[in-house]
Design a protein around this ligand. Structure first.
Ligand SMILES: [Zn+2]
Length: 109
């Protein structure tokens, strides 16, 4: 696939994935307030625009990454993406724990 074609694919996926988020918000406006920990990036993300792949719930940002990587043939299934995001996920999880630890220390003082 040449670059221009790839960019076109990315653009249409971007629109589709953003539309999913908009649809979710229209259907249930409260989903903007609900958050969950994304299985892929490990970050706390809003529920709107999230999607389940196999048994994994992915945030809107990761859905776009997943769809793009699959469309461009970079991955063949969602597990490959999750594995490739593992380093980042670990980092995020550690940072969350470190932050929490800091907060607890602050509360004690
Ligand atoms: Zn994510």
């Amino acid at each position: 696939m040449d670059k221009n074609k790839a960019l076109e694919v990315v653009k249409s996926l971007q629109e589709a994935v953003e539309q999913m988020r908009i649809d979710d918000l229209e259907e249930s406006p409260e989903s903007a307030l609900e958050t969950f920990q994304c299985y892929c990036c490990g970050q706390e993300k809003e529920k709107a625009g999230s999607m389940v792949y196999q048994e994994y719930l992915l945030c809107n940002d990761c859905v776009l990454i997943a769809e793009t990587s699959m469309a461009l043939g970079k991955i063949s299934n969602i597990e490959e993406l999750i594995n490739s995001m593992e380093d980042k996920r670990l980092e995020t999880e550690c940072n969350l724990l470190i932050e929490e630890q800091k907060n607890q220390n602050n509360e004690k003082n």
